[in-house]
Design a binder for this molecule. Sequence first.
Ligand code: FAD
Ligand code: EPU
Length: 345
Amino acid sequence: MQAFDIKHRHPLKGLNTFGLDVYADTYFNLLHTGQINQALDQINRAKRYLLLGGGSNVLFLGDYHGTVVHIGLKGKKVIGRDSRHVYLRLGAGEIWQEAVLFCLANGWGGLENLSLIPGTVGAAPIQNIGAYGVELEDSFQDLEGVELSSGKTRTYGKTECAFGYRDSIFKRVAAKTFLITSVTLRLRLNAKPVLAHEAVSQQLRTMKKSAPTIQDVSDAVIAIRRRKLPDPAELGNAGSFFKNPIVSSERYLSLQADRPAAPGYRISDSEVKIPAGWLIEQAGWKGRSIDGRCGVHHQQALVLVNSGNASGQDIMDLATAIVTSVEDTFGITLEREVNVIGPPA
Ligand code: FAD
Ligand code: EPU
């Protein structure tokens, strides 16, 4: 198996959707499973390492003084079928949107509501990507990977992944210690479209689709996303910078007493999810620019943008100011969704 190329002082500008002009001391692209032993050797010798997919959920505070391992493992293989499902194994480095398109072309349902989410297949389970009424876990079968310290391969089933809202075991106990090499999805034959999200059904009405197919749902989701979210190729961003906070029903009722228009979505008998975008907008941040370098998107207050020449620290300072301001205004603490890559501890 061909050895990979190890690069020094490698530019990461094209490998983070904030478009930050930062460099990795050492970098290599892991392209084949046959290179894993060599990769483990490099990782275990590095003073610090970072596993990187598409860089659409990371914020670099500066150059990365360590080894960046770009996960480029490709491959698509149907590994099983039953009367209602197809089981598709995808290499971790496959592009998520290409996987969505591949499934749609074959008429396999499950991923259509997750259309146009940037990034790779291998990163999708890390925060259990979600959009428009669906989360990765709804189509997840299992994943394979390697424990970085022991080199042992391991399979994680759905229960072991402990998926939650923008959460999984890979953000907690297995954080940064496990390299996901492939993900197997359980896709539906003759799938019924998931129309629970109001924005999707509204968009389908606009498109005059009274009996929508999964392809129509994908088209609707893409139309909504193109309207609402900035394209990182034009304006650097990492999607939602914060998670939507989950508060107790009592906390939500007291907020509503103050602000009757406060939106909230009941997620259990005792908890309500509040859109962080609303909290940030109400705290006065929507559309604000910090010296023309970075700012809060004018259409979606949950998205922080690099207006062209921000540093990672500029964006981090903005995020910190927003957290303080939302805390002061509402007594609610926003938690970051984006993974901040700071200097060594
Ligand atoms: P990266 O940013 O490269 O990495 C993210 C994390 O995963 C890092 O901690 C990294 O170390 C780790 N990681 C990456 N690959 C592996 C691997 N193979 N093994 C182990 N660890 C790994 N997210 C949503 O959930 N829903 C949305 O609707 C959504 N919309 C977005 C819109 C825009 C415009 C943007 C820019 C982002 C959006 N995101 C959304 C966030 C992002 O696209 C997802 O989190 C995506 O899964 C990140 O994939 P990535 O390959 O870019 O991961
Ligand atoms: N809102 C405002 N002002 C804003 C933005 C939003 O008031 O500037 C309020 C409105 O009430 C709006 C509500 O927030 O109805 C929800 O907004 P939106 O539909 O844009 O969704 P979101 O909650 O902001 C979440 C995810 C997105 C995902 C969409 C669609 C999180 C943190 N974000 O955003 O995921 O695409 O729903 O399902 O859960 C991401 O994770 O990066 C991401 C983009």
